[in-house]
Design a protein around this ligand. Structure first.
Ligand code: NAD
Length: 486
């Protein structure tokens, strides 16, 4: 295939400066589809992070003083530029982490729609007058205010979606930002920074530092960072909360999941099987936080579901992410591939029944691929039943009664999303109330489409919300004002 595989030179973006080198050294970026080194990524050291936070702090008074309608205008312009450059942003997203071109195009579209949605909020932030007594001498009201400098930490699986979910509402609310993508995904955000400039967002309002844990830690701990918004795994979230605890800094945590998809006997199997198999195996090679990686299936339809899933998986090709025929992209690194394969081996030792896949495909030895893998009869209490794989692995479990289904679905420490398939509206109502999750999605509905709807977790899937008014108010704090008259 004739595809442009050139990558941009990557920089740290600090105020009005672009730095090709970081004091934290450099990371050699590897293309997951081929294992080839693509080029160096500058890593921000503590002094780069300090400079970025100071640039954001210096830009804050001016950005806050902008009329909200002006902030809305430049954010709308940014959404238009994202749409204009969809092809390039999608190409760079593939080169970032090896996701398929089809998925990368749709993720750019999601970022643009969140951006235009939150642009619409920028001039609609309002407080409330809460008392205006009869003598009219006392006025009490609330006033939402931005925090100041917000530190945003992204993970590598879909950084552009997180840009729409975090960066844009933070800006709409009047904050300035230092954003730290993972060093594993430097390319699409490099292009995004050019669009941010072109849209007319002043220098210093959005700063970007690349790096790993040390860079993230320096950002979280910086005394001028007033709030942290993080997407990543629960283990890192614990470290971030511990760092935040020292200065009692608030944080939003969007973490992992082990989401259940409960299929009752009356489920529309055409939709249920296709959506589930594609979202678990074919979306980012299973590296999605809200994917339904546990399929909890009623005994009456279990055998038919197994048959359909196995047939569907047989047609899912691993391969070049730019090839439209490819469904299964590589996972992000060689280490991730080895970790997933080791988990697959342990699942077999634990007694789960391997129905499909389970290996690295022989014909793609250089890329970081894992075959689409399906396990049946998974023990809900086993490692595979409890722990997020973050790879193309689907687990099937069997239930007899609604109570059993609820118990299985709620049996992990996570609680990001739950999915239900049934034609019975009364059952839907009961399940929505019984499922322990930040969101419940019924008969094919998907969590990622709705920028108007709050998204987030319970349990070790984190706290705080992204999307809707709730997502905007994560970046605002309310000031109470009392005015006493004569
Ligand atoms: P991770 O927690 O290892 O890394 C995420 C980010 O945190 C990276 O940018 C990393 O450099 C940074 N980081 C690492 N240590 C840090 C520290 N001590 N202080 C500050 N920053 C630090 O996550 P991962 O394993 O790369 O990503 C996968 C996880 O992300 C999965 O659990 C997945 O489910 C989750 N995720 C959640 C969502 C969501 O919206 N809920 C979306 C995508 C991914």
């Amino acid at each position: 295939m004739d595809v442009d595989l050139t990558v941009p030179v990557v920089h740290l973006h600090i105020g009005d400066e672009v730095r090709a080198n970081g004091s934290g050294g450099a990371y050699q970026h590897v293309y997951p589809a081929t294992g080839e080194v693509q080029g160096p990524v500058p890593l921000a050291g503590p002094d780069d992070v300090d400079a970025a936070v100071r640039a954001a702090h210096a830009a804050y008074p001016q950005w806050r003083a902008w009329r909200p309608a002006e902030r809305a205008r430049v954010l709308r312009r940014l959404a238009e530029l994202m749409e204009r450059d969809t092809a390039e942003l999608a190409r760079l997203s593939v080169l970032d982490n090896g996701m398929t071109a089809g998925i990368s195009g749709s993720l750019v579209g999601i970022m643009a729609s969140w951006t235009s949605y939150y642009a619409g909020w920028a001039d609609k932030v309002e407080g409330r007058v809460t008392s205006f007594p009869a003598n009219q001498r006392e006025l009490a009201y609330s006033m939402p205010e931005p925090y100041g400098v917000v530190g945003i930490i992204l993970t590598w699986n879909g950084p552009l979606v997180s840009v729409g979910m975090k960066l844009i509402p933070a800006l709409a609310a009047g904050n300035t930002v230092v954003m730290k993508p993972s060093e594993l995904t430097p390319y699409a955000t490099e292009h995004l920074m050019a669009l941010i400039r072109e849209a007319g967002i002043p220098e210093g309002v959005v700063n970007l530092v690349l790096g790993g844990p040390a860079t993230g830690d320096a950002l979280v701990r910086h005394p001028l960072v007033e709030k942290v918004s993080f997407t990543g795994g629960p283990a890192t979230a614990r470290k971030i909360l511990a760092a935040c605890a020292e200065s009692l800094k608030p944080a939003v945590l969007e973490l992992g999941g082990k989401s259940a998809n409960v299929l009752f006997g009356d489920a529309d199997l055409d939709t249920a099987v296709a959506v589930n198999a594609f979202s678990v195996l074919g979306t980012l090679a299973g590296q999605g936080c809200a994917i339904p990686s546990r399929m909890v299936v009623h005994a009456d339809i279990y055998d038919e579901v197994v048959e359909r899933i196995v047939a569907m998986v047989a047609g899912m090709r691993c391969g070049d992410p730019f090839d439209p025929a490819t469904v299964i992209s590589p996972v992000v690194t060689r280490e991730a591939q080895q970790r997933i394969l080791a988990m697959i081996e342990r699942a077999q030792n634990d007694g789960a029944k391997l129905l499909a896949g389970g290996r690295a495909p022989d014909h793609l030895p250089n890329g970081f691929f894992v075959e689409p893998t399906v396990f049946g009869e998974v023990d809900p209490g086993s490692e595979l039943g409890q722990i997020e794989v973050f790879g193309p692995v689907l687990s099937l479990m069997r239930f007899e009664t609604e109570e059993q289904a609820i118990a299985m679905a709620n049996s992990t420490a996570y609680g990001l999303a739950s999915y239900v398939y049934t034609q019975d509206i009364n059952r839907v109502t009961r399940m929505v109330s019984a499922l322990k999750a930040g969101g419940v999605y019924v008969n094919g509905a998907s969590p990622v489409v709705g920028c108007e709807l709050a998204f987030g977790g319970v349990g070790i899937s984190g706290f705080g919300r992204e999307g809707g008014e709730e997502g905007l108010f994560e970046f605002l704090r309310t000031k109470a004002v009392g005015v006493s008259g004569d």
